[in-house]
Design a protein around this ligand. Structure first.
Ligand code: PLP
Length: 392
């Protein structure tokens, strides 16, 4: 029998991919499925970005690049982070990685080991907890509450820090809730972190450009007092509709960047060269495409939330960011996961049960509104019909 390490017995999963596979299998068998399950923009990558990748290949950029990424791209990232946050970032602290996930993977591996504690948002992106458990560290969930508009509470987060805490993971705007944590909460958190100088921070800001109703995205990069322990996670997947390109970036503290570089050398070597040229065109080209996509998400958000609130037993707070609605279904007759699976099998609507994002996700569903307005409204009517038939 093959023997693997204990870590691999503990590694978790992301159920959104399993739901996607099931939805695709049902669709392939002829069923009409509306997919509100997967978290990826339904737009095409803008043409000028695609063309930059094609040109890069034609120009002969098909070899290895530096493990940290091509210099013009790291310079463009540094300039973009500076323009959006005011942070002084040298390109030498920027790492181009194959997708946002890779930064969390590296950061959690750097700080996680048996005996260490890592704090992470719950409900939150499932890979945080999975990777924490993989390292043998103790996962400490920071509850993200509907009553708090799905923002994290600075006080509650600070109170959960133990002497063994090595890493604090933050995510705003958030998956799966769409919550955006307000400035005052972030300032309180940063001030409180002065009491815990040995705690590193991983701030996942991959939805940072997707905020609505005048909500403000306050990047942790704005605070120079934590720059020596902040790992900033961002990327192109959501902002520029580039999930399949596998392209992300991170900004690392000076003393960690070389470890991140060596991790790359030991695993994937570098990011696909043409994708990096596409990323460069995305950052340095016209930004109207981002504004258009965000405006379209906003239009759908304004439609899906009242539609959800009109369903029997369902209530939904208005999400201020990302492209997810996280309705409370506690007043239906259903637990979240059986409801998600019945909706897919019986009503042809793919959604994700809240518990796939942590124990505090029970009583909720995640619906991605990265789908056309017509499909979204059709999905809500299917859910209505289902609940009227099966709610009790
Ligand atoms: N972080 C959050 C909060 C996400 O929701 C996702 C993707 O869904 C990622 C990171 C990963 O993004 P990528 O596809 O670039 O790896």
């Amino acid at each position: 029998m093959l023997t693997t390490t204990a870590g691999f017995d503990r590694i978790g999963d992301e159920n959104a991919f399993a739901v996607l596979a099931r939805a695709q299998a049902l669709a392939a068998s002829g069923r009409d499925i509306v997919n509100l399950g997967i978290g990826q923009p339904d737009f095409r990558t803008p043409d000028h970005i695609v063309e930059a990748a094609v040109k890069a290949l034609r120009d002969g950029h098909h070899g290895y690049t530096a493990a940290t990424g091509i210099l013009p791209l790291r310079e463009a990232v540094a300039a973009d982070v500076h323009a959006r946050t005011g942070a002084e970032v040298s390109p030498g602290r920027v790492m181009i990685v194959p997708g946002g996930k890779v930064t969390m993977h590296m950061a959690i591996l750097m700080f996680g080991e048996p005996g260490a504690d890592i704090l992470y948002p719950d409900p939150g992106f499932p890979i945080y907890r999975s990777m924490i458990e993989f390292t043998g560290a103790r996962p400490l969930p920071v509850p993200i509450r509907e009553a708090n508009g799905f923002a994290f509470s600075a006080e509650e987060t600070l109170n959960l820090i133990t002497p063994e805490t090595r890493l604090l993971i933050l995510n705003s705007p958030a998956n799966p809730t769409g919550g955006v944590t307000p400035r005052v909460e972030i300032e309180t958190l940063v001030a409180g972190l002065a009491r815990f100088p040995n705690v590193a921070i991983l701030s996942d800001e991959i939805y940072g450009r997707m905020v609505y109703d005048g909500a403000e995205h306050v990047s942790l990069a704005r605070f120079p007092e934590i720059a020596d322990r902040l790992i900033l996670l961002d990327g192109w997947s959501k902002t520029y509709a580039m999930t399949g390109w596998r392209l992300g970036y991170s900004v690392w503290p000076e003393r960690l960047i070389d470890m991140a570089r060596k991790f790359a050398v030991n695993s994937y070597s570098c990011v696909n060269a043409a994708a990096q040229f596409a990323g460069l065109a995305a950052l340095t080209g016209p930004q109207g495409c981002v504004a258009e996509m965000v405006a379209e998400f906003d239009r759908r958000r304004r439609a899906i939330v009242p539609a959800l609130n009109s369903l029997p037993g369902v209530s939904c707070v208005v999400p201020a960011g990302a492209f997810y609605a996280f309705p409370n279904i506690a007043d239906t007759a259903w637990k979240a996961k059986p409801l998600a699976s019945a909706l897919l099998e019986d009503a042809g609507v793919a959604a994700i049960g809240g518990p796939d994002f942590g124990v505090y996700g029970e009583g909720y569903l995640r619906l991605s509104y990265a789908n056309s307005l017509d499909n979204i409204l059709a999905a809500i009517e299917r859910i209505r019909g289902f609940l009227e038939r099966r709610n009790g």
